[in-house]
Design a protein around this ligand. Structure first.
Ligand code: SAH
Length: 389
Protein backbone atom coordinates (compact mmCIF):
# COMPACT_ATOMS: atom_id res chain seq x y z
CA UNK A 1 0.00 0.00 0.00
CA UNK A 2 1.32 3.43 -0.84
CA UNK A 3 0.64 6.54 1.15
CA UNK A 4 -0.86 9.39 -0.85
CA UNK A 5 1.68 12.17 -1.31
CA UNK A 6 -0.57 14.72 0.34
CA UNK A 7 -0.65 12.86 3.66
CA UNK A 8 1.68 14.18 6.31
CA UNK A 9 4.16 11.93 8.05
CA UNK A 10 3.33 10.96 11.62
CA UNK A 11 4.07 13.69 14.12
CA UNK A 12 7.25 12.11 15.48
CA UNK A 13 8.73 11.78 12.01
CA UNK A 14 8.38 15.48 11.21
CA UNK A 15 11.00 17.93 12.33
CA UNK A 16 9.78 20.69 14.62
CA UNK A 17 11.14 23.91 13.16
CA UNK A 18 10.69 25.72 16.50
CA UNK A 19 13.69 23.90 17.89
CA UNK A 20 16.10 24.81 15.11
CA UNK A 21 18.54 27.72 15.35
CA UNK A 22 19.27 29.36 12.00
CA UNK A 23 22.25 27.16 10.91
CA UNK A 24 20.29 24.01 11.70
CA UNK A 25 17.24 25.34 9.88
CA UNK A 26 19.41 26.17 6.86
CA UNK A 27 20.71 22.61 6.86
CA UNK A 28 17.17 21.29 7.15
CA UNK A 29 16.01 23.47 4.26
CA UNK A 30 19.01 22.37 2.16
CA UNK A 31 18.05 18.77 2.85
CA UNK A 32 14.68 19.54 1.27
CA UNK A 33 16.39 21.04 -1.75
CA UNK A 34 15.73 24.65 -0.70
CA UNK A 35 18.23 27.53 -0.92
CA UNK A 36 19.61 28.93 2.36
CA UNK A 37 17.60 32.16 2.20
CA UNK A 38 14.44 30.06 2.44
CA UNK A 39 15.42 29.45 6.08
CA UNK A 40 15.35 33.17 6.75
CA UNK A 41 11.98 33.46 5.05
CA UNK A 42 10.68 30.65 7.21
CA UNK A 43 12.00 32.27 10.36
CA UNK A 44 10.39 35.51 9.37
CA UNK A 45 7.02 33.80 9.05
CA UNK A 46 7.38 31.80 12.24
CA UNK A 47 8.90 34.31 14.63
CA UNK A 48 7.99 37.73 13.27
CA UNK A 49 4.51 36.91 12.05
CA UNK A 50 3.62 34.04 14.35
CA UNK A 51 2.68 31.72 11.50
CA UNK A 52 2.35 28.03 12.22
CA UNK A 53 0.96 26.65 8.97
CA UNK A 54 3.14 26.38 5.88
CA UNK A 55 0.10 26.96 3.70
CA UNK A 56 0.03 30.57 4.94
CA UNK A 57 3.62 31.25 3.90
CA UNK A 58 2.70 32.63 0.54
CA UNK A 59 6.11 33.80 -0.64
CA UNK A 60 7.35 30.20 -0.64
CA UNK A 61 6.60 28.19 -3.74
CA UNK A 62 3.65 25.88 -3.59
CA UNK A 63 5.93 22.95 -4.20
CA UNK A 64 8.33 23.85 -1.39
CA UNK A 65 5.40 24.33 0.97
CA UNK A 66 4.17 20.86 0.09
CA UNK A 67 7.59 19.40 0.83
CA UNK A 68 7.71 21.26 4.13
CA UNK A 69 4.29 19.99 5.11
CA UNK A 70 5.49 16.43 4.62
CA UNK A 71 8.76 16.82 6.47
CA UNK A 72 8.24 19.50 9.09
CA UNK A 73 5.89 21.28 11.43
CA UNK A 74 5.72 24.18 13.84
CA UNK A 75 4.64 22.57 17.09
CA UNK A 76 4.37 24.53 20.33
CA UNK A 77 3.44 22.98 23.67
CA UNK A 78 -0.25 22.36 24.08
CA UNK A 79 -2.17 24.61 26.47
CA UNK A 80 -3.88 22.76 29.30
CA UNK A 81 -5.34 25.88 30.91
CA UNK A 82 -4.85 29.62 31.29
CA UNK A 83 -5.54 31.88 34.25
CA UNK A 84 -5.71 35.67 34.29
CA UNK A 85 -4.85 37.64 37.40
CA UNK A 86 -6.59 40.83 38.43
CA UNK A 87 -3.27 42.67 37.86
CA UNK A 88 -3.05 41.58 34.21
CA UNK A 89 -0.62 38.70 34.81
CA UNK A 90 -1.47 35.54 32.89
CA UNK A 91 -0.32 32.01 33.65
CA UNK A 92 -0.51 29.11 31.23
CA UNK A 93 -0.27 25.48 32.18
CA UNK A 94 1.35 23.57 29.32
CA UNK A 95 1.42 19.87 28.63
CA UNK A 96 4.75 18.10 28.86
CA UNK A 97 3.35 14.61 28.42
CA UNK A 98 0.25 12.67 29.36
CA UNK A 99 0.75 13.19 33.05
CA UNK A 100 2.95 16.23 33.62
CA UNK A 101 2.60 19.91 32.97
CA UNK A 102 4.78 23.00 33.28
CA UNK A 103 4.04 26.70 33.45
CA UNK A 104 4.81 30.04 31.88
CA UNK A 105 3.77 33.48 33.10
CA UNK A 106 3.30 36.80 31.30
CA UNK A 107 3.75 39.94 33.38
CA UNK A 108 2.57 43.18 31.76
CA UNK A 109 3.96 46.48 33.00
CA UNK A 110 3.54 49.99 31.63
CA UNK A 111 6.91 49.96 29.86
CA UNK A 112 7.52 46.28 29.19
CA UNK A 113 5.95 42.87 28.86
CA UNK A 114 7.94 40.08 30.48
CA UNK A 115 7.46 36.42 29.74
CA UNK A 116 8.78 34.07 32.40
CA UNK A 117 9.46 30.65 30.88
CA UNK A 118 10.36 27.21 32.19
CA UNK A 119 13.40 25.16 31.22
CA UNK A 120 12.58 21.87 32.94
CA UNK A 121 9.56 20.00 34.23
CA UNK A 122 10.27 20.02 37.94
CA UNK A 123 13.75 20.69 39.29
CA UNK A 124 16.48 18.65 40.94
CA UNK A 125 18.17 21.47 42.85
CA UNK A 126 15.96 21.18 45.92
CA UNK A 127 16.04 24.77 47.16
CA UNK A 128 14.14 24.67 50.43
CA UNK A 129 11.85 27.68 49.78
CA UNK A 130 10.81 26.84 46.20
CA UNK A 131 7.53 25.19 45.20
CA UNK A 132 8.99 23.62 42.06
CA UNK A 133 11.57 21.77 44.15
CA UNK A 134 8.81 19.93 45.97
CA UNK A 135 7.84 17.94 42.93
CA UNK A 136 11.35 16.77 42.19
CA UNK A 137 12.81 16.52 38.72
CA UNK A 138 10.75 15.12 35.89
CA UNK A 139 12.56 15.95 32.65
CA UNK A 140 14.35 18.57 30.58
CA UNK A 141 12.29 20.61 28.16
CA UNK A 142 13.42 20.41 24.54
CA UNK A 143 14.66 23.47 22.67
CA UNK A 144 11.36 23.47 20.77
CA UNK A 145 9.41 23.47 24.03
CA UNK A 146 11.47 26.35 25.40
CA UNK A 147 11.22 28.47 22.23
CA UNK A 148 7.65 27.26 21.77
CA UNK A 149 6.61 28.98 25.00
CA UNK A 150 7.60 32.38 23.62
CA UNK A 151 6.03 31.68 20.23
CA UNK A 152 2.82 30.46 21.84
CA UNK A 153 2.55 33.31 24.34
CA UNK A 154 3.09 35.90 21.61
CA UNK A 155 0.29 34.34 19.57
CA UNK A 156 -2.05 34.01 22.53
CA UNK A 157 -1.49 37.61 23.61
CA UNK A 158 -2.10 38.87 20.09
CA UNK A 159 -5.24 36.77 19.86
CA UNK A 160 -6.55 38.01 23.22
CA UNK A 161 -5.78 41.58 22.24
CA UNK A 162 -7.66 41.17 18.98
CA UNK A 163 -10.64 39.55 20.64
CA UNK A 164 -11.24 42.41 23.03
CA UNK A 165 -11.10 42.65 26.82
CA UNK A 166 -9.79 39.89 29.04
CA UNK A 167 -12.27 37.45 30.57
CA UNK A 168 -14.63 38.64 33.30
CA UNK A 169 -12.91 39.43 36.58
CA UNK A 170 -9.60 40.05 34.87
CA UNK A 171 -10.06 43.66 33.83
CA UNK A 172 -6.64 45.05 33.07
CA UNK A 173 -5.54 48.64 32.92
CA UNK A 174 -5.27 49.42 29.21
CA UNK A 175 -1.85 51.07 29.48
CA UNK A 176 -0.04 47.80 30.23
CA UNK A 177 2.35 46.53 27.57
CA UNK A 178 0.81 43.45 25.98
CA UNK A 179 3.72 42.45 23.78
CA UNK A 180 6.66 40.36 24.89
CA UNK A 181 9.63 42.71 25.19
CA UNK A 182 11.61 40.69 27.75
CA UNK A 183 12.08 37.00 28.41
CA UNK A 184 13.34 35.60 31.71
CA UNK A 185 14.28 31.99 32.35
CA UNK A 186 12.88 32.13 35.86
CA UNK A 187 10.04 29.67 35.60
CA UNK A 188 10.29 26.02 36.52
CA UNK A 189 13.66 24.33 36.45
CA UNK A 190 17.36 25.16 36.47
CA UNK A 191 18.26 26.41 32.98
CA UNK A 192 21.97 25.62 33.30
CA UNK A 193 21.13 22.01 34.20
CA UNK A 194 19.52 21.82 30.75
CA UNK A 195 22.41 23.56 29.02
CA UNK A 196 22.22 21.60 25.78
CA UNK A 197 18.63 22.61 25.02
CA UNK A 198 18.67 26.06 26.60
CA UNK A 199 21.60 27.51 24.64
CA UNK A 200 20.06 26.96 21.16
CA UNK A 201 16.82 28.42 22.52
CA UNK A 202 18.71 31.56 23.60
CA UNK A 203 20.21 31.75 20.10
CA UNK A 204 16.74 31.78 18.56
CA UNK A 205 15.48 34.40 21.03
CA UNK A 206 18.36 36.70 20.07
CA UNK A 207 18.66 35.96 16.35
CA UNK A 208 17.69 38.94 14.12
CA UNK A 209 15.62 36.52 12.09
CA UNK A 210 14.23 34.90 15.24
CA UNK A 211 12.58 36.83 18.05
CA UNK A 212 15.26 39.50 17.68
CA UNK A 213 15.35 40.33 21.40
CA UNK A 214 18.23 42.41 22.71
CA UNK A 215 20.64 40.41 24.87
CA UNK A 216 19.88 42.71 27.77
CA UNK A 217 16.23 41.74 27.57
CA UNK A 218 16.82 38.03 27.90
CA UNK A 219 17.80 36.94 31.40
CA UNK A 220 18.93 33.52 32.49
CA UNK A 221 18.55 32.90 36.21
CA UNK A 222 20.63 30.21 37.87
CA UNK A 223 20.92 28.80 41.35
CA UNK A 224 24.68 28.77 40.83
CA UNK A 225 25.96 25.95 38.62
CA UNK A 226 29.50 27.32 38.47
CA UNK A 227 31.05 25.20 35.68
CA UNK A 228 28.06 25.91 33.45
CA UNK A 229 28.39 29.66 34.04
CA UNK A 230 31.91 29.43 32.57
CA UNK A 231 30.57 27.40 29.65
CA UNK A 232 27.76 29.87 29.10
CA UNK A 233 30.30 32.70 28.91
CA UNK A 234 31.79 30.97 25.87
CA UNK A 235 28.58 30.58 23.91
CA UNK A 236 26.08 33.24 24.95
CA UNK A 237 25.86 36.80 26.17
CA UNK A 238 22.41 37.10 27.72
CA UNK A 239 21.93 38.86 31.03
CA UNK A 240 22.74 36.75 34.06
CA UNK A 241 20.79 36.57 37.30
CA UNK A 242 21.97 34.47 40.22
CA UNK A 243 19.85 33.22 43.09
CA UNK A 244 22.04 34.13 46.05
CA UNK A 245 19.58 34.32 48.96
CA UNK A 246 22.19 34.32 51.73
CA UNK A 247 25.33 36.31 52.49
CA UNK A 248 27.25 33.33 53.91
CA UNK A 249 27.88 29.70 53.04
CA UNK A 250 26.35 28.13 56.15
CA UNK A 251 22.90 29.58 55.47
CA UNK A 252 23.16 29.25 51.69
CA UNK A 253 24.02 25.55 52.08
CA UNK A 254 20.65 25.18 53.71
CA UNK A 255 18.59 27.30 51.32
CA UNK A 256 20.31 26.47 48.04
CA UNK A 257 21.93 23.05 48.50
CA UNK A 258 24.06 23.32 45.33
CA UNK A 259 26.12 25.76 47.41
CA UNK A 260 27.71 22.79 49.17
CA UNK A 261 29.32 21.94 45.87
CA UNK A 262 29.95 25.47 44.62
CA UNK A 263 30.30 27.90 47.53
CA UNK A 264 29.69 31.63 47.32
CA UNK A 265 33.28 32.73 46.64
CA UNK A 266 33.52 30.38 43.66
CA UNK A 267 30.12 31.46 42.41
CA UNK A 268 30.99 35.14 42.55
CA UNK A 269 34.26 34.51 40.67
CA UNK A 270 32.25 32.85 37.91
CA UNK A 271 29.85 35.81 37.80
CA UNK A 272 32.64 38.39 37.39
CA UNK A 273 34.24 36.19 34.75
CA UNK A 274 30.93 36.06 32.87
CA UNK A 275 30.68 39.86 32.87
CA UNK A 276 34.29 40.26 31.70
CA UNK A 277 33.75 37.86 28.84
CA UNK A 278 30.44 39.35 27.78
CA UNK A 279 31.22 42.98 28.39
CA UNK A 280 28.06 42.86 30.50
CA UNK A 281 26.91 45.66 32.74
CA UNK A 282 26.06 43.81 35.91
CA UNK A 283 24.85 40.58 37.42
CA UNK A 284 21.51 40.62 39.19
CA UNK A 285 21.53 38.79 42.51
CA UNK A 286 18.13 37.52 43.55
CA UNK A 287 17.53 37.39 47.27
CA UNK A 288 14.29 35.95 48.57
CA UNK A 289 13.17 37.63 51.79
CA UNK A 290 12.41 34.96 54.39
CA UNK A 291 11.10 36.15 57.73
CA UNK A 292 13.69 35.69 60.47
CA UNK A 293 15.96 33.58 58.24
CA UNK A 294 18.02 35.85 55.98
CA UNK A 295 16.49 39.29 56.47
CA UNK A 296 18.35 40.94 59.36
CA UNK A 297 20.24 44.24 59.02
CA UNK A 298 23.45 42.38 59.90
CA UNK A 299 22.85 40.03 57.00
CA UNK A 300 22.22 43.02 54.73
CA UNK A 301 25.56 44.47 55.79
CA UNK A 302 27.29 41.14 55.16
CA UNK A 303 25.69 41.02 51.70
CA UNK A 304 26.88 44.56 51.00
CA UNK A 305 30.45 43.59 51.95
CA UNK A 306 30.27 40.69 49.53
CA UNK A 307 29.08 42.74 46.57
CA UNK A 308 30.40 46.24 47.15
CA UNK A 309 32.63 47.51 44.37
CA UNK A 310 31.42 44.85 41.96
CA UNK A 311 29.02 45.31 39.05
CA UNK A 312 26.10 43.85 40.97
CA UNK A 313 22.44 44.64 41.50
CA UNK A 314 20.37 43.05 44.21
CA UNK A 315 16.76 42.18 43.58
CA UNK A 316 14.92 41.47 46.81
CA UNK A 317 12.02 39.09 46.26
CA UNK A 318 9.32 38.99 48.94
CA UNK A 319 8.87 35.28 49.64
CA UNK A 320 5.78 33.83 47.98
CA UNK A 321 4.29 31.15 50.18
CA UNK A 322 2.86 27.88 48.91
CA UNK A 323 1.07 25.05 50.69
CA UNK A 324 3.30 23.09 53.03
CA UNK A 325 6.16 25.60 53.25
CA UNK A 326 7.76 26.33 56.60
CA UNK A 327 8.81 29.86 55.59
CA UNK A 328 7.03 33.19 55.91
CA UNK A 329 7.47 36.42 53.98
CA UNK A 330 9.49 39.14 55.68
CA UNK A 331 7.33 42.13 56.66
CA UNK A 332 7.46 45.06 54.21
CA UNK A 333 9.27 47.28 56.71
CA UNK A 334 11.99 44.67 57.19
CA UNK A 335 12.45 44.42 53.43
CA UNK A 336 12.74 48.21 53.16
CA UNK A 337 15.29 48.32 55.96
CA UNK A 338 17.31 45.56 54.27
CA UNK A 339 17.24 47.48 51.00
CA UNK A 340 18.28 50.72 52.72
CA UNK A 341 21.25 49.00 54.39
CA UNK A 342 22.43 47.87 50.96
CA UNK A 343 21.90 51.23 49.30
CA UNK A 344 23.66 53.09 52.11
CA UNK A 345 26.67 50.89 51.44
CA UNK A 346 26.66 51.64 47.73
CA UNK A 347 25.00 48.45 46.54
CA UNK A 348 22.14 48.89 44.07
CA UNK A 349 19.01 47.20 45.33
CA UNK A 350 15.38 47.00 44.30
CA UNK A 351 12.39 45.19 45.70
CA UNK A 352 10.55 43.00 43.20
CA UNK A 353 6.89 43.77 43.04
CA UNK A 354 4.93 40.59 43.50
CA UNK A 355 2.55 39.89 40.63
CA UNK A 356 -0.11 37.31 39.93
CA UNK A 357 -0.32 36.10 43.52
CA UNK A 358 -4.04 35.45 43.20
CA UNK A 359 -3.36 32.82 40.53
CA UNK A 360 -0.21 31.36 42.13
CA UNK A 361 1.88 32.84 39.35
CA UNK A 362 4.40 34.65 41.56
CA UNK A 363 8.11 33.74 41.72
CA UNK A 364 8.76 30.34 43.14
CA UNK A 365 5.13 29.32 43.08
CA UNK A 366 5.22 27.50 39.78
CA UNK A 367 4.55 23.91 40.63
CA UNK A 368 3.10 22.59 37.43
CA UNK A 369 0.40 20.08 38.03
CA UNK A 370 -0.29 16.46 37.58
CA UNK A 371 -2.95 16.51 34.92
CA UNK A 372 -3.66 12.84 34.76
CA UNK A 373 -3.95 10.89 37.96
CA UNK A 374 -3.66 7.55 36.23
CA UNK A 375 -1.13 5.32 37.87
CA UNK A 376 1.65 3.72 35.88
CA UNK A 377 2.07 0.03 36.38
CA UNK A 378 5.52 -1.45 36.08
CA UNK A 379 5.10 -5.14 36.55
CA UNK A 380 3.46 -5.59 39.90
CA UNK A 381 4.75 -2.29 41.21
CA UNK A 382 2.25 0.54 41.16
CA UNK A 383 3.73 4.01 40.93
CA UNK A 384 1.32 6.87 41.53
CA UNK A 385 2.42 10.25 40.24
CA UNK A 386 2.85 12.56 43.16
CA UNK A 387 0.02 15.04 43.25
CA UNK A 388 1.09 18.65 43.31
CA UNK A 389 -0.89 21.40 45.02
N1 SAH B 1 16.52 27.70 38.96
C1 SAH B 1 16.70 29.08 38.63
C2 SAH B 1 15.48 29.78 38.05
C3 SAH B 1 14.11 29.50 38.66
S1 SAH B 1 13.56 30.35 40.06
C4 SAH B 1 17.20 29.82 39.85
O1 SAH B 1 17.28 29.23 40.91
O2 SAH B 1 17.56 30.98 39.72
C5 SAH B 1 13.46 32.06 39.78
C6 SAH B 1 13.66 32.84 41.08
O3 SAH B 1 12.57 32.67 41.99
C7 SAH B 1 14.90 32.37 41.82
O4 SAH B 1 15.63 33.46 42.28
C8 SAH B 1 14.30 31.61 42.96
O5 SAH B 1 15.19 31.49 44.02
C9 SAH B 1 13.08 32.43 43.30
N2 SAH B 1 12.12 31.73 44.16
C10 SAH B 1 11.96 30.41 44.29
N3 SAH B 1 10.98 30.14 45.17
C11 SAH B 1 10.50 31.33 45.59
C12 SAH B 1 9.44 31.71 46.47
N4 SAH B 1 8.68 30.79 47.05
N5 SAH B 1 9.22 33.01 46.66
C13 SAH B 1 9.96 33.94 46.01
N6 SAH B 1 10.95 33.65 45.15
C14 SAH B 1 11.23 32.35 44.94
Amino acid sequence: MTTPATTSAPEEARGNLLGLPRPALEAFVAGLGGRPFRARQLMNWIYKRGAGAFADMTDLSREFRARLTLAAEVRAPEIVSVQHSADGTAKWLLRADAAQAFEMVFIPEPDRGTLCISSQVGCALDCSFCATAQQGFNRNLSTAEIVGQVWLAARELAREEASGPAPAGAARPPQLERRITNVVLMGMGEPLANFRNVVPALDILLDDFGFDLSRRRVTLSTSGLVPQIYRLAEVSNVALAVSLHAPGDALRNELVPINRKHPIAELLEACWHYLDEQNGRSVTFEYVMLDGVNDSPAQARALARLLKGHPAKVNLIPFNPFPGTRYRRSPAAVIQRFRDELIQRGVLATVRRTRGEDIDAACGQLAGRVIDRTTVRLGSKVIGFSVQP
